[in-house]
Design a protein around this ligand. Structure first.
Ligand code: GAL
Length: 692
């Protein structure tokens, strides 16, 4: 007994050690038992005779493709008539893929309701803003708010979940496809739901009228049924709430299917959705919340890879859930829907694949394997041609597959980790978009200019919601945080108080959560901590000279006059001669607050000043580059986990570059170990730095 007690005491004492000895947290987008990083493709077995499948899968396997996404448009094949399901072909397709060591992700087919359904229930078809109902024959043609449609969606998802929820070769699910581009139906059912939703949120019309200041232009509502669906040019409060309602509608639409999946599928099967970078139809922080991880469809369209823009979109997607993600779809060379559907240069597809992984993607999937012989997308890029044999790009994709396999073990459990966060807010974006004041103001463009400058010097930036935890960051930058309600302002203040450095860009802290003006000057609730305020904002007709600590240059598009400065608020940049109002006024100020600092940048700065600003911000916040100097045109990224760092070097240029390593590392893609890595045009190398 005594011995037992002693043993128990010992066990309790050691318990924390056992807890710490657990392996590092797993990355949800890496599938246990499979390669940590996967190459994939969208495959449509329903479009081909079964006799062809084996050859397709053989060619995929030969290219090291490890995952296919299937069925997201196959409703009419899985349920040819109401209640009559045919899954046997799919059983065989999944099994045959598995024989070729390829696992399947199943898409629920709800972006394409079949003809029997829209014929029986034409009321599920969307009504456009002009009152016209869409016809059958395209996709995303159903109303996301339709109760009848959701019932059908639930039933098909339920059938699929019951059949494949325990299938060892099915690793996960994609709900719908791109969520109907957030399109809504302007019908009575949606209108009714919107009014109910407003009622639930505001409680009384008095409250709603007050928040939206409907006394303006005689908009006062006496009955919930008087409230319209906004179509543009409406009250800002109504417009923003419509966006919130669209977010709720699509999140509920998604939840309707998640609920039946979760109830039936094994927990190892993930659930995701394929999003579209900066597409702004709904709030992605909200809609991705119930998913296992986020995924996105990465298309260049016309032209070539803009590494900064594309890197930003990857980082945005990673920030939705602050987790690694999948690139569910990307272009095999070209698309068919752009103004000029040029082909990416030889080597550029590989650069894109590695850039995705470098920024936290654990799968890169090509859309699509082979074009259907008829259908809307005959000209789109593929990996095999109309004859079913490989196109020239197939070899480059095979190389990516071989390289993913070579590096996957090193990449296991790793994610990008950054000291710098950029804040993005859908509310602020929508608020600015609906009242731009100057058509030249581009809040995403401004975000990109901050990102480009900060990413270049720090080599790792997160893009996250303004409501996300901030404690781990040394520097937090909010380029256009227009909507800044009290709770978010308090959250930011706490961060600064505890030692963080917060940088605000123009138009920050102007509005409340109802898209109304705050009854303070900008930056609203942060004004006192900043020890200064915006006296007046100006949409610029022409550039304004600015100079100060960061050098000399120009402000364009937007400039705010900062004033009412506290004695300890420092001016970093001032405007030169301009419209008279701005002359000699403060353009950038900074102040210590608590253990941290707040800086306000009141204008859109030119590239040179932005670079100097980024250098100052990073230095002041103690942020160091994650790797060290790299030549122009080379992007370096880091993924890390306990005990190892993985660096991905990508030469985005078409000229050779060489990179000096800060110390010895192991080259994973076949380059020669040494102190210099030679990168050819569009060259890529992956480095393992296994130092503790
Ligand atoms: C995506 C879509 C795919 C395919 C692709 C073509 O947006 O999800 O189904 O249409 O575009 O580039």
């Amino acid at each position: 007994m005594r011995l037992l007690r002693l043993f128990l005491c010992f066990a309790v004492l050691l318990c924390p050690l056992f807890v710490f000895a657990q392996p590092a947290a797993t990355v949800p987008s890496q599938i246990p038992g499979h390669d940590a990083v996967l190459l994939g493709t969208a495959w449509y077995p329903e479009q081909w005779p079964e006799s062809r499948w084996d050859e397709d899968l053989r060619l995929m396997e030969a290219a090291n493709i490890k995952v296919v996404r299937i069925t997201e448009f196959a409703w009419s094949r899985m349920e040819p008539s109401e209640g009559h399901y045919d899954f046997e072909w799919l059983d065989r397709a999944i099994a045959l893929a598995a024989k070729h060591h390829i696992v399947s992700v199943l898409g629920t087919p709800t972006a394409t309701p079949p003809a029997w359904l829209t014929l029986k229930h034409p009321e599920i078809l969307r009504v456009e803003q002009d009152g016209q109902r869409v016809t059958h024959g395209n996709r995303a043609h159903a109303s996301a708010a339709s109760v009848i449609y959701r019932d059908y969606c639930r039933k098909i998802a339920e059938q699929m979940a019951a059949r494949y929820g325990k299938n060892p070769n099915v690793v996960g699910w994609q709900i719908d496809n791109e969520y109907g581009y957030a399109l809504m139906s302007y019908d009575d059912e949606t209108r009714g739901q919107f009014r109910q939703w407003l009622k639930a949120k505001y409680g009384t019309l008095d409250n709603l009228n007050a928040r939206w200041t409907t006394a303006y232009w005689s908009q006062t509502y006496d009955d919930w049924n008087e409230i319209p669906i906004p179509v543009g040019g409406h009250n800002p409060g109504l417009m923003l709430e419509w966006k919130h309602f669209v977010t709720t509608t699509w999140t509920d639409y998604q939840r309707n299917q998640i609920d039946v999946l979760r109830a039936r599928v094994e927990p190892r099967q993930f659930i995701t959705g394929n999003f579209m970078g900066f597409f702004d139809g709904f709030d992605h922080y909200t809609i991705t919340e119930p998913l296992t991880f986020a995924a996105w469809d990465d298309y260049v369209g016309s032209g070539h890879l803009d590494a900064v823009s594309n890197g930003l979109s990857h980082d945005l997607t990673r920030g939705f859930k602050r987790e690694n993600f999948w690139v569910m779809e990307t272009q095999p060379g070209m698309v068919n829907w752009s103004k000029l559907n040029n082909f990416l240069n030889k080597g550029e597809v590989r650069v894109m694949a590695w850039q995705a992984v470098a920024h936290g993607a654990d799968e890169v999937g090509y859309w699509q394997w082979r074009s259907a012989l008829n259908g809307q997308e005959e000209y789109h890029g593929t990996l095999v041609g109309a004859d079913g044999t490989p196109v020239p790009l197939y070899e480059e994709v095979s190389q990516i597959g071989r390289e993913f396999s070579a590096a996957q073990e090193a990449l296991r459990g790793t994610s990008p980790v950054s000291d710098v966060a950029l804040l993005y807010s859908y509310d602020s974006h929508w608020a600015i978009q609906s009242q731009k004041h100057t058509e030249k103001y581009d809040d995403i463009g401004l975000l990109k200019s901050y990102y480009g400058a900060l990413r270049k010097l720090s080599q790792s930036v997160d893009v996250i919601s303004a409501k996300a935890p901030l404690r781990s960051y040394k520097l937090v930058v909010a380029p256009s945080l227009n909507v800044l309600p009290k709770d978010v302002a308090d959250h930011l203040l706490e961060y600064v108080h505890d030692g963080g450095h917060l940088v605000l860009g123009p138009r920050s802290g102007m509005k409340d959560e109802f898209n109304g003006l705050l009854p303070q000057r900008q930056p609203g609730y942060l004004k006192d901590a900043l020890g200064g305020r915006v006296e007046q904002f100006y949409a610029l007709e022409k550039n304004v000279p600015v100079s100060g600590t960061w050098g000399t240059g120009e402000a364009s598009v937007w400039a705010e006059q900062l004033g009412s400065l506290a004695s300890d608020t420092k001016v970093l940049l001032s405007y030169g001669k301009s419209n008279g109002w701005l002359d000699d006024q403060a353009a950038v100020v900074t102040r210590s607050y608590g253990k941290g600092r707040i800086t306000y940048v009141a204008a859109v700065l030119d590239e040179k000043l932005m670079a100097a600003a980024a250098e100052w911000m990073l230095q002041d916040s103690g942020v160091r580059p994650v790797f060290g100097a790299v030549p122009e045109g080379v992007e370096v990224s880091r993924r890390r986990s306990a005990g190892k760092d993985i660096f991905v070097l990508i030469n985005t240029s078409q000229e050779a570059r060489s990179v000096t390593l800060p110390h010895k590392m192991k080259l994973l893609l076949g380059g020669k170990d040494g102190s210099i890595v030679a990168l050819g045009p569009y060259g890529v190398e992956v480095l393992l730095d296994a130092r503790p």
